[in-house]
Design a protein around this ligand. Structure first.
Ligand code: TMP
Length: 236
């Protein structure tokens, strides 16, 4: 399958048309941003790792009953996916306090929750992705109640699957962000990526951060953390 014209360029990926109107090709970049694009940088090899890790996990999730946009990995950085319209909600599940949760409530990072938390943010960089209730999402017609229920169910399935998969690799799944899309026939599928860009991964024994927080917080050895996660999850 060949790339035709570029349809979209985001902060971490480009999207190209294909000859099939229902399929697009995503191409993962090494570009990294944080704080709504204010901080910019490059994480060498990130595009390839995020592409392969996302595809590895999405294929397993599909087998576990979560429909995804994945179709076929083309090469290191490029994948054919179903064309979707992205539901403009960032779906965030947290198992342990960290990041904006710790900041918002004035608590330390590392509190293990008895029950995972679920939230939406409105996907809008100009507004800094504000927290959004389900009622607001429905009021703004970003999704229907049925779609929200389905998204919530899939997100918790992803959490159960991912938590177990990572624990087996000696990694604690602290939190993560998912995005869902709607295909041309209206089916809700898991889209975007699942990678160290979009999850917090802590070494289960030492607590070492193995994700994009190393870039956000200038902790050093960013590339090493991405490579370590690729090695642990996919053995490469
Ligand atoms: P937060 O604690 O900053 O709200 O982040 C929660 C999770 O979402 C964390 O795993 C990182 C991920 N995330 C993204 O994927 N994109 C973003 O723009 C932000 C702010 C967080």
């Amino acid at each position: 399958m060949e790339k035709l014209q570029q349809l979209y360029e985001g902060k971490a990926k480009k999207v190209y048309a294909t000859a099939d109107p229902d399929l697009v090709i995503v191409s993962y970049k090494d570009d990294a941003t944080a704080f709504d694009g204010l901080k910019k940088g490059t994480i060498l090899g990130k595009g390839a790792i995020n592409n392969q890790m996302t595809n590895f996990l999405m294929q397993k999730l599909a087998a576990a009953g979560v429909p995804t946009h994945f179709v076929e990995e083309l090469n290191e950085r490029e994948t054919v996916v179903k064309k979707v319209s992205i539901v403009p909600l960032e779906v965030i599940i947290r198992n342990v306090s960290a990041g904006s949760f710790a900041k918002r409530y004035g608590v330390k990072e590392g509190i293990v929750f008895d029950s995972p938390s679920f939230e939406f943010s409105y996907k809008n960089d100009d507004l800094h992705d504000p927290l959004m209730s389900e009622y607001h999402a429905v009021a703004l017609k970003l999704a229907t109640w049925e779609e929200i229920e389905l998204i919530r169910k899939y997100a918790f399935q992803v959490n159960d699957f991912l938590k177990a998969e990572l624990l087996a690799c000696g990694v604690t799944l602290v939190d993560f962000k998912l995005e869902f899309g709607k295909t041309s026939d209206g089916t809700i599928v898991l889209a975007d990526e699942i990678s160290p860009d979009t999850c917090r991964f802590w070494d289960a024994r030492t607590g070492e951060k193995l994700d994009k927080d190393r870039f956000r917080r200038d902790l050093g050895n960013v590339e090493g953390a991405y490579q370590e996660m690729a090695r642990r999850l996919m053995g490469r």
